[in-house]
Design a protein around this ligand. Structure first.
Ligand code: ZN
Length: 179
């Protein structure tokens, strides 16, 4: 496994629509190596999610692992490490709630983003099996953030009030209580 370089905002790959996988491609050696590298890269960066475009591979893979505790996202439910191929979101309720989001491709920054809080994600597993997952609250936000990367969107595209786009240390100092 190899830790890959995470590309940052301004790199054109982050603004491209990523290519979906065919069933034949899922399970190939190249595919498995990419997932292994993504997992090692995510662990090394101590993030909770990574999309393939963030390591300059414009294909539709997202990995997410939300640990039990000990993160700055303390309020959330845990979610074991899972691979999501060709994921698609359907919003079940438009009611939105805001959370502070960060992104490995926008290091050192945080932004307050409102998103729908009840969604279902349809995707293929890393074995090519159709799956469906219903999500609420913070986890719904996590999935929308990560899947946005496959459509060339970044969280800051959704910030309504740019006074709530801050450096991480200023977030800690001035905004953490409101979040
Ligand atoms: Zn991100």
């Amino acid at each position: 496994m190899t830790i890959r370089k995470i590309i940052r905002m301004g790199h054109p790959t982050l603004r491209q629509i990523a290519k979906p996988y065919s069933l034949e491609e899922i399970g190939s050696q190249e595919f498995q190596t990419l997932i292994d590298d993504m997992r090692e890269t995510l662990e090394a960066s101590r993030g909770i999610g990574l999309a393939a475009p963030q390591i300059d591979v414009s294909t539709q893979i997202v990995i997410i692992e939300v640990p039990e505790s000990g993160t700055r996202y303390g309020e959330s439910e845990a979610l074991p490490f899972t691979v999501y191929i060709n994921p698609h979101i359907t919003v079940l309720e438009e009611t939105s709630t805001g959370y502070w989001e960060g992104c490995l491709s926008i290091p050192g920054m945080m932004g307050f983003v409102e998103r729908p809080q009840h969604i279902v994600v349809d995707y293929l597993s890393d074995k090519g099996v159709k799956q469906s997952l219903e999500l609420k609250g913070f986890l719904a936000t996590v999935f929308q953030h990560e899947l946005d990367h496959l459509q060339g969107h970044l969280y800051l595209d959704h910030i309504k009030d740019l006074s709530l786009f801050t450096y991480e240390s200023e977030y800690q100092e001035f905004h953490l209580k409101e979040g």
